[in-house]
Each structure stands twice: as structure tokens, then as C-alpha cells.
Design a protein around this ligand. Structure first.
Ligand SMILES: O=C1C[C@@](O)(C(=O)O)C[C@@H](O)[C@@H]1O
Length: 251
């Protein structure tokens, strides 16, 4: 399997890497959360910029905060994510505003990796992927279903489609209602892992889905999201629990 390097970490080898979301809503909160996150020593910090309304309204602010953030976290890799409201985020943005924002995140190099959602204008998504690669920014392409677990074929199609569009790391999160749903997500993950070269990230959310957040090394998910303080999605474990669980289950 191909591996993907984000700054000083490698996805697709060894234990699944651990990302901690930063959900600060203003610069002070973002910087103090970053300090706590860096102290907990995850592999990566996800900066959820959909929580940062002032920064979204004024990209200059976003750039200034990004610079301060880098000073606080040092070499810790940063993934910049704007999660749209449809997929579980907190702020409403028009299609054009979302795509323009992501373009800015890439061109101003606000992080080492960027989250680009699959379900947007395909032409522009492709252009954004090319731009990211020109700027040496890793692309994590994503899709979220907070209502349900899509059918196995649908999950597989989406993950493969992301790879076709040039994503370095396809990612899918969904909401299970029973054990069978969890198995559907895990089966699709294992299947796609055998078919494509990219490292994947998948998880089932909520309490029933927790098992998927700790067993990536068995089923083929290369990164898991854990919390320091506030969570950014249902079912996220604390970074310490996640790290312990991964170690217990080490292959
Ligand atoms: O895509 C994901 C995964 C996630 O939704 C989770 O379920 O842990 C958390 C989000 O912050 C992140 O962008």
C-alpha cells in the first residue's frame, strides 16, 4: 500500500495515527486549545475552521490566526477542515463561498493538509486537488452521513471516487443504528483497502460505532479522531483512551 506523508507523520503504516480536532470559536480559544492539544502529543491537529466564524468572514484573520497557530504547535501537522452544515458542520456557506475558502486555505497554505468534501462541483473539486498538490498540501477527501450508514456498494463507490479524483486519503464517516451497520462500514473499508493503493480513513459514529475508532489497524483505517476536551463528533474517545485501546489491540 502507498503511504502518505503529512509533515513528519506517515499514514498507511504502523498503528493508525491520532488526530485531535481544535474547535475553538475565536482566536484566543483556538490558541489555548492548540496549546492543550500539542501538550497531549497527538500525531496531527485538525483545525475545524467552521467553528471560527470571524475567520470565515475575514480571511485575513484566518491567515493571521494560522500563523500564530503554527507558532504554538511547532512541528505538529495541521489538517484544515471546513465542515459544511449539510455534513455536520456549524456554519452555513454557499457553494461558491465554500470552494473559494478551500482555495484560499490551499494557496495561503494554512495547514499541511486540507479536507475537501466529495459532494461539491466536480470540476472545481478536481482543480482544488491539483492546486493542493502544487502547493504541497495533502488532500483528505471526505463524506459524512450523520443519519445512517449508506449501503456497502455506495460506501465503496464513494471512497474509490475520491481516489479517482486525486485524493491522497479518502475518508468517510457515517452513523450506525445497529451492529449490522457497523459491519457494513467495516466490510466496505476492508474491501476498498484491497482494491486501491491509498490509505483510507473511515469511522462509524455514536456509541455503537466506537469499536471502529479503535480497530483501524485490523480493518484498514489509517487515522482516528480523538478528543482533548471538546469532541467534534458523536462517539469520539479521549486521546488517552484511544491511544490505550490502539495499543491493546496492536497487531
Ligand atoms: O471527518 C471527521 C471525522 C469526525 O466527524 C469524527 O467522526 O470523528 C470528526 C471531524 O472533526 C472530522 O472532520
Amino acid at each position: 500500500m502507498a503511504t502518505v506523508k503529512i509533515r513528519n507523520i506517515v499514514l498507511g503504516e504502523g498503528l493508525p495515527k491520532i488526530a485531535v480536532p481544535n474547535v475553538g470559536t475565536n482566536e484566543d480559544e483556538i490558541l489555548s486549545a492548540a496549546k492543550e492539544i500539542a501538550a497531549a502529543k497527538p500525531d496531527l491537529m485538525e483545525w475545524r475552521i467552521d467553528y471560527y466564524q470571524n475567520g470565515i468572514e475575514d480571511h485575513e484573520k484566518l491567515v493571521t490566526t494560522a500563523k500564530k497557530l503554527r507558532e504554538v504547535v511547532g512541528e505538529l501537522p495541521i489538517l484544515v477542515t471546513f465542515r459544511t452544515k449539510n455534513e455536520g458542520g456549524v456554519l452555513e456557506l454557499s457553494e461558491d463561498d465554500y470552494l473559494d475558502l478551500i482555495e484560499d486555505v490551499i494557496e495561503k497554505r494554512l495547514g499541511d493538509a486540507v479536507d475537501i468534501e466529495l459532494f461539491h462541483d466536480e470540476k472545481r473539486v478536481k482543480t482544488l486537488v491539483e492546486a493542493a498538490h502544487n502547493y504541497n498540501v495533502v488532500v483528505i477527501m471526505s463524506n459524512h452521513d450523520f443519519e445512517k450508514v449508506p449501503a456497502k456498494d455506495v460506501i465503496e463507490f464513494r471512497l474509490k471516487k475520491m481516489a479517482d479524483l486525486g485524493a491522497d486519503v479518502p475518508k468517510l464517516a457515517c452513523m450506525p443504528h445497529n451492529a449490522e451497520d457497523v459491519l457494513t462500514l467495516l466490510t466496505a473499508t476492508t474491501n476498498v483497502n484491497e482494491e486501491i493503493d491509498n490509505p483510507l480513513i473511515t469511522m462509524a459514529m455514536g456509541d455503537i460505532g466506537k469499536v471502529t475508532r479503535v480497530a483501524g489497524q485490523v480493518f484498514g483505517s489509517s487515522l482516528s479522531f480523538g478528543a482533548v476536551g471538546k469532541t467534534s463528533a458523536p462517539g469520539q474517545l479521549s486521546i488517552d483512551d484511544l491511544r490505550d485501546a490502539e495499543n491493546y489491540l496492536k497487531l
